[in-house]
Ligand binder design. Structure first.
Ligand SMILES: C[S@@+](CC[C@H](N)C(=O)[O-])C[C@H]1O[C@@H](n2cnc3c(N)ncnc32)[C@H](O)[C@@H]1O
Length: 206
């Protein structure tokens, strides 16, 4: 999923019915950011084309690091972001490796729309452990819960580019994996309850 320009990527990816998801995701993230208040150092990983960069620049008071393993996506993000606001560092990072950051280096670690691309439980636990390690305080992480309506719709809907299955992890299991990595759940919110599997977690290091 790379496209040179952020605006056209977001228009294609979040046009039509997906615009409802996009609006609700931005709203809920905004409410979570307001709840935790200003944070000095923020990591957005994977940042993709920078859908949340403007919001995170506003939340971060001293530093925002945007990481992704696709350099075209990072280039698209930088092309749309000016110099005004909290400075951005960008970094090419593979989430399945050890992250190139110190323990507790960030006050907020933001990981959005990545978990439902992890097909292997051991890899998912590695990502949980690494995101938790580099956060000193807060995490916002999204994932797909195991939701019958959404799972069934995926199986039945026939579309050329459509995946029949996506990793959906039951909510208690996600909570248990973060608890094992030293995080407590502050809030866990469905983006579109009952219909869609996507949920947004606000976590805090214990
Ligand atoms: C669905 S996009 C989400 C981007 C952004 N968080 C958002 O919500 O708009 C997933 C991103 O994960 C990145 N990605 C995929 N595998 C990765 C990996 N192993 N390490 C780091 N980034 C990865 C892709 O390049 C892509 O930009």
């Amino acid at each position: 999923m790379s496209e040179a320009d952020r605006t056209s990527y977001l228009r294609r990816r979040y046009g039509g019915s997906q615009s409802v998801m996009d609006r609700r995701e931005r709203r809920f993230v905004g409410e979570m950011l307001a709840r935790i208040g200003p944070v000095a150092r923020v990591l957005d990983l994977p940042s993709g084309h920078g859908r949340f960069t403007p919001m995170l620049r506003e939340a971060a008071t001293s530093r925002l690091v945007c990481g992704d393993h696709n350099e075209k996506n990072i280039a698209a993000l930088l092309a749309e972001e000016g110099d005004a606001g909290t400075p951005i560092d960008t970094v090419l990072v593979d989430l399945f490796e050890r992250l190139p950051f110190d323990d507790g280096e960030f006050d907020l670690v933001f990981n959005f729309r990545f978990f439902h691309h992890i097909f292997d439980a051991a890899r998912r636990r590695h990502v949980v452990a690494e995101l938790s390690r580099v956060s000193g305080r807060h995490l916002v992480v999204s994932y797909y819960d195991d939701v019958f309506v959404h799972r069934t719709q995926k199986r039945l809907w026939k579309h050329r580019k459509h995946r029949r299955t996506l990793p959906m992890v039951p909510r208690p299991q996600v909570h248990a994996e973060f608890a094992a990595a030293g995080c407590r759940v502050v809030e866990d919110r469905a983006v579109l309850p009952v219909i869609h599997a996507h949920r947004i977690l606000l976590l805090e290091k214990r």
